[in-house]
Design a binder for this molecule. Structure first.
Ligand code: KG4
Ligand code: ZN
Length: 340
């Protein structure tokens, strides 16, 4: 007889968050995330420091996830871990740990593509959360990714557009650096944007064919704009910070929405699911709500803790693969540029 409940441990260590989660079937029992504060001093993720921090965090984070879930490690049915894409030194920590524990407990090991994790996070059971129906379009927007994926089924998905340079979160963070804001600057730009005039300053949108994105030009345009204006008025940024943030946000959200509209036009799919840290942004949330009214789209944004990098999204992919008996060999390798 099939086991009634399946317990999966998920491990995520692809960038600068060390996370472990326990899933009982589709439901989360625990989702522990240790953020690495060290990178703020450097204005961006420093790979070597990230790897070292994962090494000190991984054991306590996994321990805490098991304890919070109220289970014993011997109750686990499988261990799912992020194989890639991500920073090699970071991925290696989670991969090696997952392999050793799965070997020690003699349970299956399941490798997970981080990007599929962001997408399948929509299938975690959550009270009052409606899951998207197949097919849907998934847009993942974060500090590391900007991607539109057509999702036909759990494991039948195709990238139809992605950034050719910076990710959208990077555009926020790098613009913030030019403006003298702290790292990561996305949340602060968003806060200030709500107080300013989005049409105060005009930044041109990049011309990129099809569904691909580009954000590196915007960062340069903002840098030149600020340099130019401060020549005439050294207090320009201080005096206009809310309007500058509102104008940056207006441009960025315009770029994202233009591509989403094109994706809907090309595919005929109107169910849109958003993931990644930038999905917290008030501008994108408002634009999606407006699109529901105006174009009849249905949009889906999961609980914030499942949109940023977290192990719950890795565990749900693990669970879905477990049902398919899609297990990994013990010699599976972490892969920095993993495709799906
Ligand atoms: O998913 P995430 O936590 O980490 C990865 O990058 O994988 O995303 C972090 C990114 C940062 O670039 C941060 O500035 C951005 O998400 N971010 C925001 C907002 N909250 C976080 N960007 C714009 N508006 C926000 N409210
Ligand atoms: Zn991510």
């Amino acid at each position: 007889m099939a086991k009634e409940n399946i317990y999966i441990l998920g491990i995520e260590s692809s960038c600068d968050d060390t996370s472990a989660a326990i899933l009982k079937n589709n439901s989360i029992l625990s989702n522990v995330v240790a953020n690495q504060k060290i990178h703020a001093e450097y204005g961006g993720v420093v790979p070597e420091l990230a790897s070292r921090a994962h090494q000190s965090n991984i054991v306590p984070v996994v321990h805490q996830a098991i304890e919070k879930a109220g289970i014993d490690k011997n109750d686990l049915d499988a261990i799912a871990f992020t194989r890639g894409p991500g920073l090699m030194g970071s991925l290696l920590v989670g991969t090696s740990f997952a392999k050793s524990l799965a070997y020690g407990l003699d349970i299956p090991l399941i490798d997970v593509n981080h990007m599929q994790g962001h997408i399948l996070a929509h299938f975690i059971d959550e009270k009052d959360y409606k899951k998207p129906p197949f097919p849907f379009l998934a847009m993942t927007i974060s500090g590391g990714h900007t991607q539109i994926v057509q999702v036909n089924d759990y494991f039948d998905m195709q990238v139809i557009g992605e950034t050719i340079d910076d990710a959208v979160g990077e555009a926020y963070d790098k613009s913030g650096k030019v403006l003298g804001l702290g790292y990561p600057a996305g949340p602060e730009i968003d806060k200030r944007a709500q107080l300013g005039n989005p049409k105060a300053f005009k930044f041109t949108k990049p011309k990129v064919k099809g569904l691909d994105f580009s954000f590196s030009g915007l960062k340069t345009a903002i840098l030149y704009f600020v340099q130019n204006e401060t020549k005439n008025n050294p207090n320009f940024v201080k005096e206009n910070i809310d309007d500058i943030c509102a104008s940056i946000q207006y441009t960025i959200i315009g770029i994202l929405m233009d591509k989403l509209k094109l994706a809907v036009k090309q595919t005929g799919i109107t169910h849109i699911a958003i993931g990644g840290g930038v999905s917290a942004n008030s501008g994108i949330r408002k634009a999606l709500k407006d699109a529901e009214q105006k174009f009849g789209w249905t949009t889906y944004i999961p609980k914030f803790e499942y949109t940023t990098d977290n192990a719950a999204m890795i565990a749900i992919v693990g669970y879905l693969k477990y049902l398919e008996k899609d297990f990994s060999e013990i010699d599976v390798m972490a892969t920095a540029r993993l495709k799906f």
